[in-house]
Design a protein around this ligand. Structure first.
Ligand code: NDP
Length: 480
């Protein structure tokens, strides 16, 4: 069985040195054991933080050109290992191998991007009447990078790359139930020429290892992606030292289909973003609002798309959708569907596990379309994190925007229309960090990504992602 080691102070910690606590990682497609992992402790987290603190002295003084070279080398090493990392990702998380490959390769692209962006950390010069001011941006220090299981490599790359490009060092804590690919990603990065201790990985429970990383005075920056409830507790703990926090939290993204939309394109986009990765995406399409006039045509097209996906083990190259990540995720999805049906929704497709021997042992679930949804239902108010697309009609754009904004979340919102004015007015009125107009994705490596309201704080990607790892310093020169 594959063994996943922690990485502390430039050294792989063999399982036997990781104490007697072990965890087994299971494949969600068949519940077979795939790996054994050392479960770290608060003490391991402390050792890793101390190593990162020592390495910071060297790395923060390394030129941005040299850091860039090392990040490019890291990207190359991730690409060289991509097949192995992608396979581990499919085995632990369930997603089809073709998407696991894309995730790992795009993580290499993130490293390449920040290798260059790190060089653009320009200062400023301000002329005062009797003084001159220089403004510098300097690395914050040691960062704790805490990530979830749905995109364990990509979401870690969004943190690792700008963190290192800024001159910070880090301790990563991958999700306990899917730590394998993320750890291999950091291992490849750490071998690219970083000082020992600049890149560390500690496994273990969030409430213990994660909490130590957040509470320790050594970490100066917390970058977290995960549930809103966890983010809230991390923010509270970080307040003890007024730490810098970036929080990428839950979402409940609306998708508005206007009367003048290209219905086929809208339905294809909605289906892809509602069901891919089994709906376990923070910017998944969670609530679909359709203009009365096109509701029937859009619904028929969406149902046809939902029923067209091939479901199975992620290792099968023909498969579009793998299993859900865990029993708990599937239970929650079933509960949300049952709640909607009890409150008057109509089941148009799915709503249950697929039948057949191939599906018996995995956490499979059919893409589900629900009609006649309303805001009393959990599927419209809470994050289901499952492959469910609830439909609701609207009569005017004002009503659509108001329904879309009726949520504590504000990560992404989508609108399909062929009218530029409608698109721009809606984009201005929607309360979300990312607005997709005639697209079903708001992620772009060069643009800011993050949430409004309870979906988060701060931005990742682009130059905003780099700024999140830097402090501003003003140097004032007397000229009297
Ligand atoms: P969780 O919040 O449960 O866990 C995320 C990470 O935090 C895990 O590594 C977890 O460790 C750790 N953790 C848990 N408790 C603490 C704590 N008290 N202190 C420090 N760390 C802790 O999220 P999930 O893994 O369930 O991921 C799904 C969630 O992530 C969804 O809500 C989704 O919307 C959100 N997400 C947000 C994105 C965004 O960009 N806005 C993108 C992707 C996902 P352990 O695994 O040991 O519990």
């Amino acid at each position: 069985m594959y063994q996943s080691q922690m990485l502390i102070d430039g050294r792989d910690l063999p399982l036997e040195e990781g104490g007697d606590r072990r965890a087994v990682i299971y494949n969600p497609a068949n519940q077979e054991a795939v790996a054994e992992v050392a479960v770290g402790s608060r003490q391991d987290a402390r050792l890793a933080l101390q190593a990162a603190e020592r390495a910071f002295l060297l790395w923060s003084k390394t030129s941005s050109q040299k850091r860039g070279e090392i990040l490019h080398e890291a990207a190359g090493r991730v690409r060289d290992s991509s097949e192995r990392i992608a396979r581990l990702l499919t085995l632990e998380q369930g997603k089809p191998l073709k998407y696991a490959r894309t995730e790992v390769l795009s993580s290499a692209d993130v490293l390449d991007y920040y290798a260059e962006e790190g060089k653009r950390n320009y200062g400023e010069w301000i002329t005062g009447p009797r003084s001159r001011s220089i403004v510098l941006r300097q690395p914050i220090g040691v960062a704790a990078l805490i990530t979830p299981w749905n995109y364990p490599v990509d979401l870690l790359a969004w943190k690792v790359a700008p963190c290192l490009a800024a001159g910070c060092t880090f301790v990563a804590k991958p999700p306990s139930l899917a730590p394998l690919a993320a750890t291999e990603f950091v291992r490849a990065v750490s071998q690219a020429g970083l000082p020992a201790g600049a890149a560390n990985v500690v496994h273990g429970p969030g409430g213990e290892v994660g909490a130590e990383l957040v509470e320790s005075p050594i970490s100066r920056k917390i970058a977290f992606t995960g549930e809103t409830a966890t983010g809230r507790s991390i923010m509270a703990a970080a307040a003890a030292h007024i730490k810098r926090v970036s929080l990428e939290l839950g979402g409940q993204s609306p998708f508005i289909v206007c009367a003048d939309a290209d219905i086929k394109a809208a339905a294809a986009s909605a289906a892809q973003r509602a069901f891919s990765n089994m709906g376990q995406i923070c910017i998944s399409v969670n609530r679909i609002y359709m203009a009365d006039e096109v509701a029937e045509a859009f619904t028929a097209e969406l149902v046809a798309r939902a029923e067209g996906f091939k479901i199975g083990s992620g290792l099968d190259p023909e498969v579009d959708l793998g299993p859900m990540f865990s029993r708990a995720q599937r239970v929650k999805t079933r509960e949300h569907v049952a709640d909607a049906l009890e409150k008057g929704a109509e089941l148009l497709s799915g709503g249950r596990e697929p039948e057949g021997e191939a599906y018996e042992k995995g956490y499979f679930f059919l893409p589900t379309v629900l009609d006649r949804a309303d805001h009393k239902m959990k599927v419209m108010r809470e994050e289901t994190f499952g492959p469910v697309a609830p439909l609701m009609k609207f009569k005017s754009m004002e009503e659509a925007i108001s329904l879309a904004n009726d949520s504590p979340y504000g990560l992404a919102a989508y609108i399909f229309t062929s009218d530029l004015k409608t698109a721009l007015l809606a984009a201005e009125g929607l309360e979300a960090g990312g607005i997709g107009v005639n697209v079903n994705n708001v992620v772009d490596l060069q643009a800011p990504f993050g949430g409004w309201k309870e979906s988060g704080l701060g931005r990742e990607l682009g130059r905003w992602g780099l700024e999140a790892y830097m402090e501003t310093k003003h140097i004032r020169l007397g000229m009297g």
